[in-house]
Design a protein around this ligand. Structure first.
Ligand SMILES: C[S@@+](CC[C@H](N)C(=O)[O-])C[C@H]1O[C@@H](n2cnc3c(N)ncnc32)[C@H](O)[C@@H]1O
Length: 216
């Protein structure tokens, strides 16, 4: 992967961060917002469904869903450290054979990725500049549900993202965050025949929007 943001992702989500995330997952389970997404999908009925988790990190969503009725999962992650940690954790939990892991930018890999009943992107579109292509290419892969967690785009969050990016640039870090407009994300999903099924906000001042869309 050669794009500056992909290089930034490798640097931002490296081995140390993956090890910390794994420790926290072992101690506390998935983050609150991630748990809300997982619980909502499970309550909708995921028995015998397949999952495509894009940017799944150490794999919280895949591990929990594989324990709750999903037949198989595919993960595509731009961080090699996260992809390796997720694979190791799947083996440790005994469902390694039902979990497939790809390392790379989903936008590039998308033509070779199979459709799935459920597609999830948990805190991913805020790490990627070309949100339109990422959302439309991933929505096209989802046969039934599309689960998304991304920042609420208020003025203060946009300002915080600008400040964070300023300091990243100062330190020579190519990684950037993005507060993509919610309305634009929704327009792309509507155009792909998805409607909102569940919506809540989680985290400090409701920073994270947790949304499940259904097809049709
Ligand atoms: C903030 S982390 C979130 C990880 C995990 N979902 C979580 O909540 O702990 C963002 C993740 O998105 C991945 N990512 C960002 N853009 C991506 C893309 N275009 N294709 C694949 N993975 C991507 C990064 O590698 C990273 O694992």
């Amino acid at each position: 992967m050669t794009c500056p943001q992909c290089q930034g992702i490798e640097r931002e989500f490296g081995e140390k961060t993956a090890a910390k995330k794994l420790l926290r997952y072992h101690r506390d389970g998935p983050a609150k917002s991630t748990s809300l997404l997982i619980e909502t999908l499970i309550s909708l009925g995921v028995q015998d469904m397949t999952l495509l988790d894009i940017g799944g990190g150490i794999g919280d969503i895949q591990h929990e869903m594989l324990k709750n009725g999903i037949t198989k999962s595919t993960s595509v992650d731009a961080s090699s450290a996260y992809a390796a940690a997720a694979r190791k954790e799947a083996q440790r939990q005994g469902h390694g054979e039902r979990a497939n892991f790809l390392h790379g930018d989903f936008v590039d890999l998308s033509p070779e990725v199979e459709d799935a009943d459920i597609v999830t992107l948990d805190k991913v579109i805020c790490c990627y500049d070309d949100m339109r292509t990422l959302v439309s290419a991933s929505a096209a892969k989802a046969k039934q549900y599309y689960g998304l967690i991304f920042p609420y785009d208020t003025r203060w969050i946009k300002a915080a993202v600008k400040i964070a990016n300023f300091f990243l640039a100062l330190t020579g870090n190519p990684f950037r965050s993005f507060a993509h407009p919610t309305a634009l994300v929704e327009d792309i999903l509507k155009a792909n025949d998805f409607g909102r099924n569940y919506y809540t906000r989680s985290g400090f001042l409701g920073f994270w929007q947790v949304i499940v869309y259904s097809r049709g």
